[in-house]
Design a binder for this molecule. Structure first.
Ligand code: ADP
Ligand code: ASP
Ligand code: MG
Length: 406
C-alpha cells in the first residue's frame, strides 16, 4: 500500500465528462489498495474568466477580494469530483483550503504556504476515504482566503504530499511529461524520462509552465517524488529526481522561453558610484522584481546606458517609479518595450563543459537574431531577443543542441 497525492490540472477537469474520467483514474488507485489525496484546479479557462471579471469591476482591485473571486473555480471542481467518486461507491469528501486548514502568509494573490494541519486528513485517509482538496487556495493569518499565484495548484499538491508524507505526487496534465521544450511550439520536442530538481526549477522559473516554480522548490526541499504525466493516456511520465539518479546527463537538457518580460533602457545616466542603487532601490521598494541587467561600457567615462527587464505585468508601474525618480537618477532619455522574449538553455552538464554559451550565440547569429541582453548562472544561459523571433530561436537552439526527436 502506498499513500499518493494525485493532482489534476484545468484541462483534465474541463467538463463533467472529464471529471468522471478523473474519478475513474482515482478509483483505480484506490482499487489497487492505495490511500489517495486528490488536488484539483478549476475548469480550464475558468480562472482567466474570473480574473477578467475582477479587472473589469476594478482595474486596481483589492487583492483580498480578488482572492475570494478567483479561488471559486476550484470549489466547483472539487465538489463535483467528490460527488463523482461517491457515485462510483468510493468514499470521498471535498476540502477547501480553509477547512483543512492550509495556512499561508498574508501576501494575497501570491501567498506562500506556511503550514498544513493534516490531523483530520490523516484520519480520513487511514479510514479509507479519498480526500479531495481544492488547489490554489489557503487561508491567511487574519482568516481571509488567499490564492497561491497562477498555476498554484501544483504547489498545493506538492505541499500536501510533503505534509502527508506521501510516497509520490503525480501531476496529471494535458502533456505526457516534461519535454525538452514546450511541445506546443516545437513539434520535435522530446519527452524527458528523468530530470533533476535543479533543472526543473530553472525550466519552470524561466517560463515552462508545466509546473509552478514554487512547487518544484518545495519538492526539492522536502524531497517529494514528483511525476508529471498525462490524464488522457497511460504513458510513463517524467520523474523529477536527484542528480545522482541520472546516469547519462545531457549538456543542455531543456530550453525555455518567457514572453513575460519588458525592457527598460535609461540613456546617459552618470557613470559614478551609487547610480545603480538610485535606479534599483525605488523599484525594490515598489516590490518590482528586476531580472536581467546590463550596463553599457561608458564611451566618455562620464555617462552610460543602463538596460534592465521587469515582468510584463509590472511594466507600467516600473515606468511610473522611474519617472517619479527622474531627478535623482538624472537620465537623459527613457526607452522601453514589451516586445521582447527571454529564451534560456538549461542543463547541469554546463558546469563541466565549455563552449555551451558560444553555440547559443552562434546559432542565433546564423538566424540573424540580435541578442539584446544576456544573463547566465551555473546551469543556464538566458538571452533577450525580439518577440517575433521566439519560435525561430527556440527551434534553432533545440536542433543545435541535438535535442530534436528522430
Ligand atoms: P495544467 O492545467 O494541467 O496545470 P498547464 O497548462 O499549466 O497545465 O501546463 C501544461 C502545459 O505546459 C502544456 O500544455 C505545455 O504547452 C506547457 N509547457 C511549456 N513548456 C513545457 C515543457 N518543457 N514540457 C511540457 N510542457 C510544457
Ligand atoms: N486555476 C488556477 C490557475 O489557473 C490554479 C492552477 O491551475 O494551478 O492559475
Ligand atoms: Mg498548471
Amino acid at each position: 500500500m502506498a499513500r499518493i497525492v494525485m493532482k489534476f490540472g484545468g484541462t483534465s477537469v474541463a467538463d463533467v465528462e472529464k471529471i468522471k474520467n478523473v474519478a475513474r483514474r482515482v478509483k483505480s488507485e484506490v482499487d489497487a489498495g492505495n490511500q489517495v489525496a486528490v488536488v484539483v484546479s478549476a475548469m480550464s479557462g475558468k480562472t482567466n474568466e474570473l480574473v477578467g471579471w475582477a479587472q473589469e469591476v476594478s482595474p486596481m482591485y483589492d487583492a483580498r477580494e480578488y482572492d475570494v473571486i478567483v479561488s471559486s473555480g476550484e470549489q466547483v471542481t472539487v465538489g463535483l469530483l467528490a460527488m463523482a467518486l461517491q457515485s462510483m461507491d468510493v468514499p470521498a469528501r471535498s476540502w477547501l483550503g480553509w477547512q483543512i486548514p492550509i495556512k499561508t502568509d498574508g501576501a494575497h494573490a501570491k501567498a506562500r504556504i506556511k503550514e498544513i494541519d493534516t490531523t483530520e486528513l490523516d484520519k480520513r485517509m487511514n479510514g479509507g476515504e479519498v480526500v479531495c482538496v481544492a488547489g490554489f487556495q489557503g487561508i491567511a493569518p487574519d482568516n481571509r482566503i488567499t490564492t497561491l499565484g497562477r498555476g498554484g495548484s501544483d504547489t498545493s499538491a506538492v505541499a500536501l504530499a510533503a505534509a502527508l508524507n506521501a510516497d509520490r505526487c503525480d501531476i496529471y496534465t494535458d502533456v505526457d511529461g516534461v519535454y525538452t521544450t514546450d511541445p506546443r511550439i516545437v513539434p520535435k520536442a522530446r519527452k524527458i524520462e528523468k530530470i533533476t530538481y535543479e533543472e526543473m526549477l530553472e525550466l519552470a522559473s524561466l517560463g515552462a509552465k508545466v509546473l509552478q516554480t514554487r512547487s518544484v522548490e518545495m519538492a526539492m526541499n522536502h524531497r517529494v517524488r514528483v511525476q508529471v504525466r498525462s490524464t488522457f493516456s497511460d504513458a510513463e511520465g517524467t520523474l523529477v529526481v536527484d542528480e545522482d539518479e541520472i546516469v547519462e546527463q545531457e549538456v543542455v537538457s531543456g530550453i525555455a522561453y518567457s514572453r513575460d518580460e519588458a525592457k527598460i533602457t535609461l540613456v546617459k545616466v552618470a557613470d559614478k558610484p551609487g547610480i545603480a542603487a538610485s535606479i534599483f532601490s525605488p523599484l525594490a521598494d515598489a516590490n518590482i522584481n528586476v531580472d536581467m541587467i546590463v550596463q553599457n561600457v561608458s564611451e566618455d567615462g562620464k555617462s552610460t546606458d543602463m538596460t534592465f527587464t521587469v515582468p510584463r505585468g509590472e511594466f507600467q508601474r516600473a515606468l511610473q517609479v522611474i519617472e517619479k525618480n527622474k531627478d535623482k537618477i538624472a537620465y537623459q532619455e527613457l526607452l522601453s518595450t514589451s516586445d521582447v522574449t527571454k529564451v534560456s538553455i538549461i542543463g547541469v552538464g554546463m558546469r563541466s563543459h565549455v563552449g555551451v554559451a558560444r553555440k547559443m550565440f552562434e546559432t542565433l547569429a546564423e538566424k540573424g537574431i540580435n541578442i539584446q541582453v544576456i544573463s547566465t548562472s551555473e546551469i543556464k544561459v538566458s538571452v533577450l531577443i525580439a518577440e517575433e523571433y521566439t519560435e525561430l530561436a527556440v527551434r534553432a537552439l533545440h536542433t543545435a543542441y541535438g535535442l530534436d526527436a528522430e
